[in-house]
Design a protein. Sequence first.
Length: 344
Amino acid sequence: MKQRILVTGGTGFIGSHTVVELQNSGYEVIIVDNLSNSKADAVDHIEQITGIRPAFEQVDCCDLEGMDAVFAKYPGIQGIIHFAASKAVGESVQKPLLYYRNNLVSLINILELMPKHGVKGIIFSSSCTVYGQPDVLPVTEEAPIKKAESPYGNTKQINEEIVRDTVASGAPISAVLLRYFNPIGAHPTALIGELPNGVPQNLIPFLTQTAIGIREKLSVFGDDYDTPDGSCIRDYIYVVDLAKAHVIAMQRILDGKQKEKVEVFNVGTGRGLSVLELIHAFEESTGVKLNYQITGRRAGDIVKVWADPTLANNELGWKAETPIEDTLRSAWKWQVHLRETGVQ
Ligand code: WQD
């Protein structure tokens, strides 16, 4: 009997890649997504990749009754991976209440339903945003949590506390908090990838849309920071490597191998790259010239952050293996696929 895993936000960027890896590892996957920032045809593309069609329920995680009905419809769900959340830093500043309601209520509903339906464990999609601007780099899980720079980042911090407090209250569940750095790239088949609604906020989709001609020019938000070339530094991790970390973490939970009931892992490559280095790496690895200009800084940007992934490497036996050149080529292949299939 295959172990059943519920993936909220499973038609989204990281969610869809994680569903593929879960299926490749023999799990039965049920996707719950409200399609507010993704498309239902991601289910078709996942099936094209793995040959297995995941169950899909269009439900909003903030709908407690709707979520309860999903658990009742699919008895025996062993674990949950909770991706569903609003995730645009800038938008969260404009619409804080939307972010607090959506990101907090969705998690609260899931935590409330888990004991009722015998679900053992949850993996929560957290973010390096919780560290703010670390004092020491690379940043470890022991680094202090700093005051969030945005309501989005604050919801990640609050959600981590909600998970900890729920487990500490004696709820019969355990958790792994995965703190992502900057997930980028697309599946090697180019059947799934990052497909933001409207004008992309994140660097890579804007970069590849510029490279293919959808956008006229990429703005580099500042080159006067305290970094070697003046542009901001991030830890860009291949989305498939990130997805694989979720499968390993889920197996750890289901095998009862956790050392604590709540564990935290940085999921990054351990290597920092500046915006300008990334642009040059893209041009070199794809042969595509990029039209970009240096503009003013973006409010709220962290200057430099990259992971110390030692804990995940040692405890999970997981490591981000993919070279940045391959990752950037996968992002470009996805953008070309979107053009060839008339999506963008
Ligand atoms: C990366 C770098 C920008 C766009 C956020 C969240 C994080 C995660 C990923 C959800 C920065 C620069 C960007 C552009 C640019 N969220 N940039 N021109 O802000 O590091 O992380 O998104 O999963 O939790 O905090 O990602 O891709 O927006 O920016 O110069 O057009 O690229 O200034 O230095 P960020 P990003």
